[in-house]
Design a protein around this ligand. Sequence first.
Ligand code: B12
Length: 232
Amino acid sequence: MSDETPQTQAPQGKPTDDAVSVSLRDELLERVLEHDKHGAVAVALTAIRDGRIGIPDLYVRVLGPALVSIGARWQEGRTAVWEEHLASAAVRTIVEALYPEVERQRASVAAAGRSALLASPPEESHDLGLRMLADRLALAGWEVYYLGPDTPADELIAAVRTLEVEALILSSSTHYHRLRMRELVTTLAEALPDVRVWVGGPGFVGVDDEWSGAHLFDERLLDGTGRSPGDT
Ligand code: B12
């Protein structure tokens, strides 16, 4: 966004009025369901430019729920697979278009003194939620490196060593991948004994076992109120 762009007024830590996020989500969904990517992208970018919502809220309260709604429609047979791909592509465009704005805002955020590498594990194609988490961490002052979906274990290890990050954050969107993650995390922890390996994502929602509890990333770390396993 250019320097002339009005600054986002919704502060990062303050939740946007829910009525705003619901109306933005509905507007965005309407555009996407009409296959109007241009319009969908404009809805999101205009809302940020006009300060109606902050970037974290746009991600958590608008874009995420819009995709979940598309997923539900797909399950009910009301949305075709290609339409769901079109929606994901529009959301990715929005997120990438906001990168300069994330960097601009990050420049005025105090450094958290923390660093993380984010990636989806092997064979996990879902990465949009994790990509959004990367920006949310950046806006909380973290140094972040984002690799993307389906990342082999060896590459994760090499990247962590080269980039010298303190943490590796992995996401799982399906229960199947959550189960496989256990083995992967054991491998990674052996290879990277000084690095925290955190997990999260929809695959872990509602899961309450000891292993997940020991590795789950606490999103409250983003506003400084949470602690995560292994955190000191
Ligand atoms: C888009 C999408 C896809 C896209 C992914 C695009 C991409 N690059 O991300 C594509 C087409 C690739 C895809 C593929 C598949 N998908 Co899909 N997909 C979806 C859909 C519609 C939206 C997912 C999404 O992006 N949500 C929006 C993001 C922003 O939300 P999020 O991921 O929850 O992330 C938020 C938080 O969870 C959090 N977060 C995310 N990760 C992490 C990590 C940490 C550490 C933390 C702290 C937080 C965090 O941050 C985000 C912001 O708040 C969902 C529907 C749904 N109900 O979610 C199905 C869904 C996830 N998919 C599903 C399935 C089954 C599949 C396939 C197996 C389908 C198939 N038969 O091929 C494949 C999987 C292929 C593979 N090997 O991984 C199922 C999973 C069922 C389950 N519970 O196990 C779902 C739920 C659809 C359904 N209703 O059945 N999918």
